[in-house]
Design a protein around this ligand. Structure first.
Ligand SMILES: C[S@@+](CC[C@H](N)C(=O)[O-])C[C@H]1O[C@@H](n2cnc3c(N)ncnc32)[C@H](O)[C@@H]1O
Length: 267
């Protein structure tokens, strides 16, 4: 048994991934489909608000690419509004679910960092702070691909965590014993969860060691947070001509909204 107890190096990648692990991806799909959970997707009420926000910046008929589309909660709403929708995700369970529900949406099972979809789009979206889960170098590679896939005047709409995230997270560790299986494994397991802060790099890592009877799995998840100035500069350096920040998309009462901002970047 090998337990990783050290602080990961900045943007270190783990051998296992919470979105592609054969068992955990099924649990993620259940979370996506729970309309009152903010787990894998935001709750339904927030999804509708965010969709309205995106609709107010785009037009029916737009070619829209949803990066990290999950089971298509947004894709379906945009298709119903007359958009031409493509969604990509590397969670096979989610893509199979989405494609099984709607034949009129182009679903791609793939990794948008390694195999960015071909084609030109009027709008690219990436929702639920997914940009911040990638290293700075993967982020820049992705942003360049997004920029080049947009037609002139196309827009990229996404959300990221702000520095307020620091108030919600604390470094620490905990052990959980789950005797009859649960989110992480269908059999008895022990989970070591650790949170580490990288204040000089505006990032947190969450490290998980999952111990079952037969194996130990190791997962690292990253959350990179941004100031308005930093994310604006990053997008301008990629070539986006206009960047606007929106901090009240979810309304003041939503418990997740204080630490998140939405960004509209225009080519
Ligand atoms: C937090 S979930 C958000 C899902 C969806 N955007 C929503 O808000 O309902 C992040 C999604 O991005 C997907 N994802 C993360 N990294 C990815 C990558 N490199 N390529 C494709 N999909 C990725 C995950 O599988 C997951 O479905």
């Amino acid at each position: 048994m090998e337990i990783r107890n050290n602080k990961p190096t900045l943007f270190e990648k783990s051998t296992c991934n919470i979105w592609t692990d054969p068992y955990i991806q099924q649990q993620m799909l259940k979370e996506h489909l729970n309309p009152v959970s903010d787990g894998a997707s935001r709750k339904q009420e927030s999804i509708l608000r965010i969709t309205d926000f995106i609709l107010s910046h785009t037009k029916p008929g737009n070619r829209l690419l949803d990066l990290g589309c999950g089971p298509g909660l947004y894709a379906t709403l945009f298709k119903d509004k007359g958009y031409d929708v493509t969604g990509i995700d590397f969670n096979k369970a989610s893509i199979e679910y989405g494609a099984g529900k709607r034949k009129d949406i182009a679903y791609i099972w793939g990794d948008y960092i390694k195999e960015y979809p071909d084609g030109k789009y009027d709008t690219v979206i990436m929702i639920y702070c997914d940009l911040g889960t990638h290293s700075d170098s993967d982020r820049d590679r992705l942003l360049k691909n997004i920029y080049h896939s947009l037609d002139d005047n196309g827009i990229f709409i996404f959300d990221v965590f702000t520095e307020e995230l620091v108030k919600d997270k604390q470094e620490g560790k905990s052990w959980d014993y789950v005797p009859n299986g649960g989110f992480w494994s269908q059999e008895e397991y022990l989970l070591l969860s650790q949170t580490f802060h990288y204040p000089e790099n505006n990032a947190f890592s969450y490290q998980y060691n999952l111990l079952t009877k037969d194996e130990t799995k190791h997962f690292i998840v990253w959350d990179r947070y941004y100031t308005e100035e930093e994310i604006t500069l990053i997008l301008q350096n990629i070539g986006f001509r206009k960047v606007t920040i929106h901090k009240n998309v979810l309304g003041g009462n939503d418990f997740t909204s204080d630490s998140e901002m939405f960004i509209v970047a225009e080519k």
